[in-house]
Design a protein around this ligand. Structure first.
Ligand code: NDP
Length: 459
């Protein structure tokens, strides 16, 4: 395949965790499976990383993603690292002007702490930016509806929305993309994808891992902000959205936001529509887990939840009356991640069967990527007994990791898998009442033992 035109990918915050753990390996997977991409990689951070240390990180990260050794060495030889305080307008201006002189499109990837990203954007309002520059922004996209809105205004004062790539790597997950294929590539699902046939939909992202030393980030975020606010709401919207006429960035994102706009807390009441809990000491796979508040770096006074559940309703004719339950937590025994679609019972079961037909359940696993549908069949022993049989399949995995998929979109200048500004605002509009209710203490903080399936009183 012919090489693509080169793009300059600048990572601000190149010495950080995201770059090391996710961005470089993701890029490695992309370059492995799509060698035609030509990327001039530039790293920048405020600290004392040397050029050699940066080269080592690039080498390690790309190799981890499976990028062939020869290509890794080409990338290492061509990359450079700059010491830069991104909040300094003069330094940032000179840095960008120098990059612009190379004449290639520039992607500025903000792998920075959120407050520093905002400060860098404010610094950039003070000078003209390189023509066509794309901005890649990491979550969190604000911390409430108002802050998300203010951040979006700041961003669009810099570049048009079309050049903005808000990254939610769940949109790069193969299963989430498979959802489109399963829903719209089959005759058998769309006609029954509605309130007449579906009783309940759950989107769940539990994990068996506990804090794993990430208190610095997690204790300020918690399960609601970390998982439900962006990832799970977007997955839910892709499960529930109307059928796109074509898959392009305008149509898909319009339909996602259209669904989010119709989404509300169940009964509009954050007190009954949300629950939160925190794990206490327990064990998982034989490993002792301390209670969350005893984990290093956790400040109990922040009252951060490690398990969050929100019940929603989508007020349109397709979904009226169908509860949508979103849940995510840490230190849970089975770590299930996926979408569970529970169908309504059959309208009429012919007389003569000895038992009732269990409603069908469809489970789309996010990690690992699977599809399973429970159907009623005649039992082997007594032909007039019905029993459940599961039809299951492994869905195709992408050879490219989610961050590679996201980077591919950015390099191609295709924001299909990026979060548009109005999507972030809608997600915050839905959840801000929950954030406020939790902050006021109106919703109790329940407890569950690490390694259990959540608080006893949640069952
Ligand atoms: P880190 O704290 O590990 O890294 C932050 C980076 O920003 C460092 O390279 C730091 O350099 C740099 N930096 C800070 N201030 C400045 C400045 N004034 N000028 C230049 N560079 C600066 O954060 P993460 O990598 O974990 O997170 C980055 C972003 O990605 C955040 O928005 C986070 O929410 C998001 N994210 C992170 C995930 C993860 O797993 N880590 C997952 C999903 C999203 P220095 O050391 O010199 O200060």
């Amino acid at each position: 395949m012919q090489d693509k035109d080169p793009v300059t990918l600048v990572i601000l915050g190149a010495s950080g965790d995201l770059t090391h753990r996710l961005l470089l390996p993701g890029l490695g997977t992309l370059l492995k499976s799509r060698p035609e991409y030509r990327v001039n990689l530039v790293g920048a951070a405020a600290d004392d990383l040397t050029a050699d240390q940066w080269a080592d990180r690039v080498r390690e990260g790309l190799a981890e993603g499976g990028c062939p050794a020869e290509r890794v060495e080409q990338m290492v030889a061509a990359t450079r690292f700059e010491h830069l305080d991104v909040t300094d307008p003069a330094a940032l201006k000179a840095f960008l002007a120098d990059l612009d002189a190379a004449g290639h499109p520039i992607v500025l990837y903000f792998a920075l702490p959120p407050a520093v990203s905002i400060a860098a954007c404010e610094a950039m309002t003070q000078f003209d930016l390189p023509e066509g520059m794309r901005l890649a922004i990491e979550k969190p996209f604000g911390s409430s509806y108002d802050t998300a809105h203010a951040f979006n205004r700041l961003l669009t004062s810099l570049v048009p929305e079309r050049q903005m790539y808000r990254v939610d790597h769940y949109l790069g997950k193969a299963t989430v993309l498979n959802l489109l294929g399963v829903r719209f590539g089959n005759r058998i699902f769309e006609p029954i994808w509605d309130t007449a046939n579906i009783e309940q939909i759950e989107v769940i992202a539990d994990e068996s891992l506990a804090l794993e030393g990430r208190a610095g980030y997690y204790d300020h975020a918690g399960a609601l902000r970390d998982m439900i606010q962006s990832h799970l709401l977007l997955v839910m919207a892709m499960v529930a959205m109307e059928e796109p006429a074509r898959i392009d960035e305008v149509e898909l994102r319009d339909l996602i936001v259209h669904t989010l706009r119709a989404t509300h807390l169940a009964g509009d009441d954050p007190l009954t529509a949300s629950r939160r809990a925190r794990y206490t000491a327990g064990s998982i796979d034989g490993k002792d887990i301390p209670s969350y508040v005893a984990e290093e770096g956790v400040d109990a006074a922040r009252n951060t939840e490690t398990l969050a559940e929100v019940n929603l309703e989508i007020r349109n004719s397709r979904w009226a009356g169908v509860p949508f339950r979103l849940r995510s937590g840490k230190a849970l025994w089975d770590g299930f991640r996926g979408i569970v679609i529970k169908f309504r019972p059959v309208v009429h079961l012919p007389e003569g069967f000895h038992n009732t037909a269990e409603p069908n359940v469809m489970v789309i696993g996010l990690t690992p990527e699977t599809l399973a549908i429970g159907i009623s069949t005649n039992a082997e022993g007594d032909r007039w007994d019905l029993e459940q049989t599961t039809l299951s399949a492994d869905l195709s995995e992408s050879p490219v990791r989610p961050y590679g998929e996201i980077l591919q979109g950015i390099l191609d200048d295709d924001p299909l898998l990026s979060v548009r500004g109005d999507m972030t605002e809608e997600c915050w509009r839905i959840l801000t009442p929950v954030v406020d209710a939790w902050a006021s203490g109106a919703v109790p903080m329940d407890e569950y033992k690490a390694g259990s399936n959540g608080p006893d009183n949640w069952r």
